[in-house]
Design a protein. Structure first.
Lengths: 156, 255
């Protein structure tokens, strides 16, 4: 567990801190995510994806739950993540990070901001539509297109 | 896209945990019967994981690590973790029985998966053992002092000094074999150089031919991943040099 922590804590902490903006709360999420992995190791099935990506998704979801003060809706054992780059090593992560930043930079501004609001602030499409004054359908499509644009950046 | 287009936007929202109420129920119901949409949801979660990478910041404080390890020490891993939370099972004993069956089933499945994995690892390990054995043989033949080394050249040509470098850049692995090397003056050695495509020659190692003019340099320490343009040999003081002393006595470029 210490080895897993040493490998993935920077990833988990960075996400939690970005979402919550508070070091104390981010430390709590860090603790909670690793304790969950400790208590329910079977929730993550290595045949189903890579651990870094899985932790990334779980962490973001827990941090958003914390931010919005709500109970988790999805059981961690039901979260299956399918992604190309392996996020085990620092070097691979920083290479992938460059690509992600490039893809974000290449997005039209409204798409990027819809995606970031949904992802890092946990706003629903309805809330984003209300905030930006744009139609609900447009927001939904932007969020999906944003996620797909990231995927495309990793396609050969 | 193989997933259903009409659900595509909602799948993205579900991945982001931004879908609630009826909309969520509707898509979850659809997911139960639609492997293509389940697959798309997994990929969308993968995209989310990529997005997670765009967050970066200071490392977690040291105290977090201590806190986690302390908490773990206090909480030995439970052997039976219920597969799912259920609010009703305490009310319905038969359901409890079903849960126990499910747990037993999942343990059985896990142990089955584990034994498969063990078998697979054993298989891999014996394959690796065989490969290793083969590699050992190859290397020992290449480097054996009692090996007969024959270089075939055009008939009637006098024996020529010859060196063969086998270099695998990705592994920084090098095997070098030389034959018919002229004897050296005292306190001198041959030195092999890797000439990179960019930059100055890198010393690979020194060697002295045996009485029959044969010599080897096997797996020297090399900087990682250097692309080689050519290899060269110079005569240097026994302890080797950092830069080659002219003239180059032998040289060869990649084929």
């Amino acid at each position: 567990m210490a080895a897993l922590y040493d490998r993935y804590s920077s990833l988990v902490y960075a996400i939690a801190l970005r979402v919550l903006g508070d070091t104390g709360a981010a430390e709590d999420v860090l603790q909670e995510v690793f304790m969950q992995l400790w208590r329910k190791p079977a929730a993550f099935d290595s045949g189903r994806g890579n651990l870094g990506a899985w932790l990334g998704v779980i962490t973001r979801n827990r941090a958003i739950d914390g931010l919005r003060k709500r109970r988790p809706e999805t059981d961690i054992a039901d979260v299956v993540v399918s992604v190309e780059p392996d996020m085990a090593g620092e070097a691979e992560r920083s290479r992938a990070m460059e690509k992600v930043r490039g893809a974000l930079g290449g997005m039209p501004a409204p798409q990027r901001s819809a995606l970031e609001m949904a992802y890092f602030e946990g706003l629903t499409h309805t809330e984003i539509a209300a905030k930006t004054g744009e139609p609900l359908g447009t927001i939904k499509t932007r969020i999906r297109a944003g996620l797909e644009a990231l995927r495309k950046a990793f396609e050969p | 896209m193989s997933a259903h287009e009409q659900f595509a936007d909602d799948l993205a929202l579900l991945a982001l945990e931004a879908l609630h109420g009826d909309e969520r129920v509707a898509i979850e119901r659809h997911l139960e019967d639609c492997p293509a949409c389940r697959r798309e949801l997994e990929r969308l979660r993968g995209d989310m994981a990529l997005l997670a990478l765009s967050a970066s910041g200071p490392a977690a404080p040291k105290r977090s690590r201590d806190r986690l390890l302390k908490a773990i020490a206090k909480e030995p891993r439970a052997e039976k973790t219920p597969a799912r939370r259920s609010a009703r099972w305490t009310l319905l004993p038969w359901l409890a029985a079903a849960v126990f069956l499910a747990i037993a089933g999942s343990f059985w499945q896990q142990s089955d998966r584990l034994s498969q994995r063990v078998a697979q690892l054993q298989e891999e390990s014996s394959q690796q053992q065989a490969q290793l054995e083969r590699a050992r043989k190859v290397v020992s033949t290449l480097t054996a002092t009692n090996a007969m080394r024959v270089t075939l050249v055009a008939a009637q040509a006098p024996p020529q000094p010859q060196g063969k470098a086998i270099y695998v850049r990705e592994r920084s692995s090098l095997i070098f074999l030389a034959s018919n090397m002229p004897a050296l003056p005292a306190q001198k050695a041959y030195e092999l150089w890797l000439i990179p495509t960019a930059g100055s020659p890198i010393p690979v190692g020194t060697f002295k031919p045996d009485a029959r003019g044969s010599a080897t340099v096997i797996e020297p320490t090399l900087p990682a991943g250097v692309e080689a343009k050519a290899f060269a040999i110079t005569v240097e003081p026994e302890q080797g040099s950092a830069t080659p002393t002219m003239p180059i006595v032998m040289m060869g470029a990649g084929e």
